[in-house]
Ligand binder design. Sequence first.
Ligand SMILES: Nc1ncnc2c1ncn2[C@@H]1O[C@H](COP(=O)(O)OP(=O)(O)O)[C@@H](O)[C@H]1O
Ligand code: SF4
Ligand SMILES: [Mg+2]
Length: 358
Amino acid sequence: MSTLLTVENLSKVYTLGGGLFGPARELVALNDVGFTLEAGETLAIVGESGCGKTTLGRCIIKAQPVTHGHVYYHPKDQAKVELTALGKRDIKPWRRDIRMIFQDPMSSLNPNMRVFDIVAEPLRIHRVARGKELEERVLDTLAKVGIAPDAVGRYPHAFSGGQRQRIGIARALVLDPRLVIADEAVSALDVSIQAQVLNLLDDLKSEFGLTYIFISHDLGVVNYIADRVLVMYLGHVVENAPTEMLFERPRHPYTEMLLEALPIADPTRRKGRSKELKGEIPYLGNRPRGCPFHTRCKYAQDICRSEKPALRSINGSAQMAACHFAETLDLKGAYESSIGGGDRPLPLEGRAGEGVVL
Ligand SMILES: Nc1ncnc2c1ncn2[C@@H]1O[C@H](COP(=O)(O)OP(=O)(O)O)[C@@H](O)[C@H]1O
Ligand code: SF4
Ligand SMILES: [Mg+2]
C-alpha cells in the first residue's frame, strides 16, 4: 500500500465573541491531530457530537484554514504536496482528487438546479469536460449511483432522501477523485436506505479505486464499512486502530464506553436499543488538564488529572491509544460483550443506524 494522506500535528482554534459581546474566547476544536491514510483504505472517524470530526474533514480539504500543523497529499506519480501551505488558486487542482460528501443532501444540493447541472457543475468549474463528453460523463456517473437518465431534468426536491444522497455521491465522483471524505453521509437516511447507500459506497470503492474517510457517529455503520477507526474526544485522537482490533479489545476507556453503548444483537437479551453514554462532555473552551477524558473515566488515577497521555503504539502493534494505562487495562470489546461474538455485523435492516447515537 502507498500513503495517500498524512496529517501532522493539526490544531484548529476558533475564536468566539470579542468586541461588544465581551472578551474573545478560544475554542480548541482540534488538538494536535495526526494520522496516515493508505491508498485504498476506509478510515472511519468517530466520536460524540462536537468532538471535531467535521472540522477535521474541512481542514483537510482546506475549506477552513488550520491554526497549526500540516496536511500532505501524496499524488499518484508525484512528490507529496503540502495542502496546508497552498493558496486558494494552487489548491484548486487538488480539489479534483479530494471530494467531500455531506450529511444533509438537501442543504448541500442547490434546490434551484436540475440534477444534470448539479452533477455537471464540478466538471465545468474545473474545466474538465464540455459538450457531448460532459453529458456522457454526467449520465454515466448518475447511472453508476442508480439514477436513471430520464430523471436528470428534475430538481432535488423531487427525489427521496436516499436518491438525493446518491446525487450527492455522483457529484463527488464525477471528477474521478482518489479520496472521498463522507461526513455523516448516511446519518440522515432511514435504516434500510442506509444499508443500500453503504453497499453502493462499497461497490463504488472497488470500481473507482477510491480511498474513504468516513465520518460517523454510528459505530454499527463504522464496524461494517471501515478498515480502521480513529476515535476522537474533545478534538484529540484517543485511539487509532484496525477495526477488528478496536472492536475486539479497545485500548482506550472512551472507546470501551462507546462500544458498551452499542445495541445488543441477541434478541433474547435486549433489542436494538443503544444505551446512553455516561457523563457530560466538558466545554471545549474550558478543557480539563491532563487526560482530556479524566472527568468521565472510571479508571482515572491521580496522574490522569495532571499529565496528558501520549498517543502511542500498544506493544508495537497497529493499535494506538492515548491512555496512561492502555497496555494494562483489560477493556471490554463489542464482539464478546454487547454484540455477542463472531462476525462483523452487516448493516441490514434493523441494524445500521441503531448504533450509538452520539
Ligand atoms: N465555524 C465555527 N466557529 C466556531 N466554532 C465552531 C465552528 N465550527 C465548529 N465549531 C465548534 O467546534 C467544535 C467541533 O465541531 P465539529 O467539528 O462540527 O464537531 P463534530 O463534527 O464532531 O460534531 C464544536 O464545539 C463546534 O461548536
Ligand atoms: S489516562 Fe487516565 S483518565 Fe485518561 S483514559 Fe486513561 S485511565 Fe482514563
Ligand atoms: Mg459533524
